[in-house]
Structure formats: C-alpha cells, structure tokens
Design a protein around this ligand. Structure first.
Ligand code: NOJ
Length: 720
C-alpha cells in the first residue's frame, strides 16, 4: 500500500490535473514531427503529456510495457499510468456478443467466459475494462443493442454484476484480474428512433423501473468505475446532468465510484449547445462529479484557471486525484506497474485450445432456435451438404468490437460442418452479398444447382457484423440485399433446408420465417461460431437459448418489448396476453412480434406440469415459496430456463402486463422430472409511484411460469 496522502502532497497542481486526463496511446508512441498533428488536435502540449494519468486504445503488452517504462523514467513522482480498454465479448478468443449472452440466462457461464477474457486481456496489458455495458434496450434499430443483455431489467443487472465479479476475480491487484467500469449512465439505450447518440426523453417511472436498475445492480456489485453516457437525458447531457450525477448517483445511491467521461463527451457539451467554450464544459463536467476526462482537454487546459478564479478549490481537485491514485493503488500498480503483463505471457494466454473450447460451448448456449418444423437436428449420416449464403464460408461472424479477435481465426459454418461430419461432402456457395445494396442475383443459379444436388441445405444469412455496434443504426432491419430471394429459390430446389442467421440485433425476418422450416439464430457467436452452429445443427448440442430481446415482424413495430403497460382499449378477446393488449393493430403486420422475449425452442420437450404457491396470501414480512414441476418428455437431454413472471392487477400506476421476477437455467436428463423452487418477497412487487417512491400496494397479483408470450399455470397471490 502506497502512502497516497504523502504522494499527493508532493504533486504540483499541473501534475494533479494530469491524472484527470485520459488519451489515446498513439500520442505516447509517436514522437518528433509525427506527434505535432495529433497533439494539436487534442489541444495538448508535449509537457501536458508527461503528467497524463491513463491511456486507452493501445495494441498489446509490448506497447503497454514500452509506454509505461518510458513514462516512469521521466515522471519524478513515479506514478504509473493506468491502461484502460473495452473488453466487450472477449479479448483474443471471442465469445458471443452480450445480447446473445443474455439469451443464455446463465450467469455462471457468462462469468466463465469473462474470466477467460480477463486473463487474456490482463496478460496483454489491460488493467481496467470499460465493461459491463448494461444499457436497457427496446429498439432493434439501435446498433448498440449488441452490447446490451436486452429488454429485461433483472436479467441486465444480474449479467452486469456477474461480469464485474468475474473480471475482479480474487482481487484487482492480482495479475489475472481487471477493474471494471459500468456504462453508459444513463439510458443511452433509450435513443429516440434507435439512432445512435440521439436524444433520450423518458418519464421518471420508466427510467426508475426499467433503465436505472441495472446500473444500480452494478454499483451494488462493487464496480470500480462508472461512465456517463453521450446522450441528452430529459434535456441535459448525462455528463452535465446534475439530477443524474448528483441526485441519483451520489445522494440516493451513495455511490462513491470513480467517474470517467465517455470519449470526448466533455468536449461534445459544446456541440449539444449546453456551453459555448471548453472552459465552461470542463466546469460543468467537473462540478457534476466527472473525475477523468476522456480524450478532450478541458481539464488540462482550464481546471487550474478555474481554481485560481475560485470556482473550484484545490481540495476538490485533490479529492478527484485521490480517487485515481486509489484505483492505481488497488490495482497494485505502485508495486508492479505492468500488472503482470508481458509479451510472453500474452502469447501463452491467448487463443488456447481450452479458450476455444469454452467459447464454442458458449456460442451453442447463446444460440436461439427460433423455428423448427421438425427438420432439425439433421442426421449425421448425410452424404452431401450444401452450405449456401453470404455467411456460408464467411469468417466475419465474431461480432463487432472484438478487441484483438481476428476474423481469420474464426471458424466458418462450412469449416464447422466439415469437422462435424468428416465423411460428408460439403460445398459452400455464397449466392449473393450481405450488404443492403448487394442486389446482384447472378450467383443464384450455382446456389440452386448445389441445393438440388445436396441431401440437406444450410442457408447462412444475416447482416454484416459492422451493421451493429457503435455509430451503426438501421432503418430497415430485414435481411439486407437479396437474401430473402435467395432463400426462396433455394427452398424450391431443396426443402430439406434450415437457415442459420448471423446478426447483432433482432431482425424483422418475417419473410424468411415463411420460407424455411427452421431458423437457428447464432447472433454473432465469436471465434468458434461455425463449430457451435454445426454442434447444434447435427444435435451434438441441444439449443437452449431464449430471446433476450423481441424480434419484431416489421421495423414499424419498434420499439417493441414484452413488459409493456396495458392500454385502455386493448384488442378483445386477447386483451390479457403480452403484445396483444395494444389499443390499435398495425395494418398489415398486427401487434404480435415475430418472436417474443423468452422465445426459444429445444430438441427436448419440456412439459410444465404444475406450479404451486406455499400460500395464496402473504404479508410484507413473509416469504412465499413457489414450486414449478417440469418434465423433460423426450429422449433428449437438454436445458430449460425456468422463468417466474408476475402481474400486478390493480395499482395506483398502470403496471406492465408481465414482469420477470426470477429465473434459473436447469439441465434435465432425458425423461427427467424436476421441481424448481423460487421465493417471492414483497420488494419484488414494488414499482415507482407518483409520489416518487418505490412501493408495493396490497392487492391481487398473478404469478405465472412458462415463456413471456406463452405463460402457463397462473396462480393468484394476495399481498395483504
Ligand atoms: C465510446 C463508447 O461509447 C464507450 O462505450 C467506450 O467505452 C469508449 N468509447 C472508449 O472506447
């Protein structure tokens, strides 16, 4: 443990302020004339660089070690820099995108993948990851839905907490572990019309009940840092939003967490028109508790002046700097500024056979079988397989934002199938492109020919991996280009066809769903995507993923989500069912989604036999035990996510038609029957009322199990 107080006392004000800046690694690698341009662009002098506290966007262990060594040689205080980066779904060995992880409903498996990523990333020099992203999402047009665990607040929070614990491991001072940063606070996922960086306008009860709980769960899990979001929230950009940053985060939640702005978000206060100069931007952000400024230079340029003018005291700067130093100390950087990283360790840790095996299993657990008219699983005895479509032999399926993950190290579907059934002949035909403007059908003939000659066809369709992720929104979320037409032609040639789709968002694949007898959604599955697809197609693995986000029938239904409020004029006679209670019906596509949250098929047949409650009325200090008996009425071993839903029938605020209050993923042997237990407690029934409080109200609740759009065994429960 370092004597941080003493260290702080010996620092000049410039040195202190430097700790509050974070910049790209390129500024620290280049030198001489090469550096002048980037430095001027960042508004920095070479002198400023000497004091900078942390770095992002570096390449590997070698680069980290070089920068750190050089820095420590010239820093009179010997304060190590801190190296931060985004490890979203793996570092070098890539697992499925977070939206797919949500579909696993398996926090242990997500923790296992995260541990693997942590070891690879730490060996490569990363000390802090900008993870987890727990933005709640309802609009599939937004490209960043891929980074979120979906439309369920409870699921989002549990997945966030699991990642935090897994990255931190047995202590962030240990070389295999990373510190974490929850983002993007708050409600970045509420971007109007699904446009990235767009305005967010949400009522307080919607924020409190759906958008904020996952960030709070991460604070409670002991996250090390927090990143305010880019967006305007109810009129004010997050980093300058005192309601959010002071009232909610500090006062209500008592969060004493180190806060870092998003990339240039302080500078963007000018673009938002909140201030007209960088000095005021720095003032606003610092005043609202943003300790580190990422990439813009308001603090480095103006904090000193703001202190001299009496706007801030040096003690306030000391407090912020102390938080940075504390993180460095907790990471053990004063003892080992490299945190155990080295090029040798990096080479040994990355892309090992064990890591590949883990992400293969994860990719299978996250995949969702959307449709199966009985054609899947395919027999392993087939002689000839045609793999058709733009993703048939395409390595670009690991997903956006995959750190050092490489397309060329990713297994394609064709390669996966070849390895799974080595005696079969496997041909891959692209047929058409995957871009929205790829309208060329000249490849169809070869595809049709191959389909005719094959025993089975695996149609590999989807959107390119860079159609989702930051800065990417889509106005049309069907399969891009002429992929639907390709599917139709291939089906005519050979009906023994199953589609496998690759996507970073829910797609409106209504047309495809009418064309093919089976659809397996792999999302973007990571390094072993093709192997996992083959495992599922030929029955080596049994699909068990359930959708974490609703697939609309048409983009016009967005935003669409299972936990919606009832309206005053629901569509009779199905008014009580999820997605059916809306006042009006869309002409053409109706109200129902294509596949709801919670949907996902299996090769097993799970029969929900019974649901019992230990009592039918309870008081706020009692607990109700729920027992659900499920029978795997098939000869296939499989996993089922058992979900518990509640509905508050009458309350002073309109309540969602259903809310998930507990879940557990359970494995069943063939023919096995199990009883799963959950506990209901009063806090699970609370909502944000008009008096600005979380409360539960006595009265009648419905408790159900099954899937969001197909609930079974509803029981009544009264809160006295
Ligand atoms: C911008 C993104 O919004 C954020 O998620 C990320 O952590 C930072 N850039 C740093 O890469």
């Amino acid at each position: 443990m370092k004597d941080l107080k003493k260290l702080l006392e010996q620092m000049t004000l410039e040195e202190k302020i430097g700790q509050l800046g974070q910049y790209n690694a390129n500024l620290f690698i280049q030198s001489g004339a090469d550096i002048t341009g980037p430095l001027t662009q960042a508004g920095l002098s070479e002198e400023d660089l000497k004091h900078v506290g942390s770095i992002l966007n570096f390449k590997n262990a070698e680069e980290v070690c070089t920068i750190q060594k050089r820095h420590l040689e010239q820093d009179r205080n010997k304060i190590p820099m801190c190296f931060m980066m985004d490890v979203i779904h793996g570092y070098r060995t890539i697992y499925p995108i977070p939206l797919a992880l949500g579909c696993s409903f398996d926090t242990d498996m997500v923790a296992e993948c995260t541990r693997m990523a942590s070891k690879e990333a730490a060996a490569s020099g990363i000390q802090v990851t900008f993870t987890p992203m727990v933005d709640y999402v309802r609009d599939a047009r937004w490209g960043r839905v891929m980074e979120s665990c979906g439309e369920e607040p409870l699921l989002n929070g549990l997945m966030g907490a699991a990642q935090i614990k897994a990255f931190q491991g047995d202590g962030i001072d240990k070389p295999d572990n990373l510190a974490t940063c929850v983002k993007h606070f708050a409600a970045y996922g509420g971007a109007e019309a699904g446009r990235d960086y767009n305005t967010v306008e949400l009522s307080e009860h919607t924020l409190r009940e759906f958008y904020l709980p996952a960030y709070k769960a991460c604070i409670d899990a002991g996250v090390d840092m927090l990143m305010p979001s880019f967006n305007v929230l109810n009129g004010v950009p997050a980093v300058a939003n005192s309601w959010l940053m002071k009232k909610i985060l500090k006062e209500e939640w008592g969060a004493d967490v180190l806060v870092i702005s998003d990339y240039n978000a302080v500078g963007e206060l000018l673009k938002h028109g909140i201030v007209d100069n960088m000095k005021d931007a720095a003032k606003l952000a610092f005043d609202n508790g943003c300790h580190i400024e990422m990439c813009s230079s308001g603090y480095i340029k103006y904090l000193k002046e703001l202190i001299e003018e009496g706007v801030f005291t040096e003690a306030q700067v000391d407090e912020a700097v102390m938080k940075v130093l504390e993180l460095k100390d907790r990471l053990g950087l004063f003892e080992d500024p490299y945190h155990g990283a080295s090029p040798e360790k990096e080479a040994a840790a990355c892309l090992t056979p064990e890591n590949r095996a883990l992400v293969r299993k994860a990719a299978a657990e996250c995949a969702v079988l959307l449709k199966n008219d009985g054609i899947l699983p395919f027999s392993e005895d087939v002689k000839k397989v045609a793999v058709i479509g733009p993703f048939a032999d395409n390595h670009a399926i690991k997903g956006f934002w995959a750190c050092q993950g490489r397309d060329e190290e990713t297994v394609t579907v064709k390669e996966g199938i070849e390895a799974a059934i080595p005696n079969a002949e496997v041909v891959a035909i692209k047929g058409c492109g995957d871009q929205w403007d790829d309208l060329d059908k000249s490849g169809f003939d070869r595809a049709v020919m191959a389909a005719k000659e094959a025993d089975i066809v695996v149609l590999c369709l989807g959107e390119p991996q860079n159609y989702s992720g930051e800065g990417n929104s889509r106005g049309d979320i069907d399969l891009p280009g002429v992929q639907n037409e390709l599917a139709e032609e291939v089906m005519k040639a050979n009906p023994n066809t199953a589609a496998v789709i690759f996507t970073g968002r829910p797609l409106a694949i209504t047309r495809l769903s009418k064309t093919v007898p089976a659809i397996l959604n792999m999302w973007f599955p990571g390094t072993e995507g093709g192997s996992a697809a083959a495992d599922l197609l030929f029955g080596k693995m049994n699909p068990s993923g359930k959708l974490s986000m609703t697939f609309p029938q048409a983009v016009g239904q967005c935003p669409i989500y299972y936990n919606h409020l009832m309206t005053g004029r629901p569509k009779a006679p199905e008014m009580d069912l999820i997605h059916k209670g809306y006042a009006s019906n869309y002409i053409g596509c109706g109200n129902l989604p294509l596949y709801s949250f919670g949907h996902g098929l299996s090769y097993s047949n799970f029969v929900y036999e019974d649901l019992t409650l230990s009592q039918d009325a309870f008081t706020a200090d009692e607990k109700v035990t729920v027992k659900i008996t499920i029978h795997n009425d098939s000869d296939v071993k499989g996993k089922e996510t058992v979900m518990l839903y509640m509905r508050d029938l009458v309350a002073s605020n309109a309540r969602p038609i259903q809310q998930l209050i507990a879940f557990e993923k359970v494995e069943f042997e063939a023919g096995e029957r199990k009883t799963i237990e959950f506990t209901i407690e009063e806090p699970m029934l609370r909502f944000w009322n008009n008096e600005h409080k979380f409360v539960s109200e006595p009265g009648l609740f419905h408790i159900s199990t099954g899937y969001a759009d197909h609930l079974v065994h509803t029981k009544e429960l009264v809160l006295k």
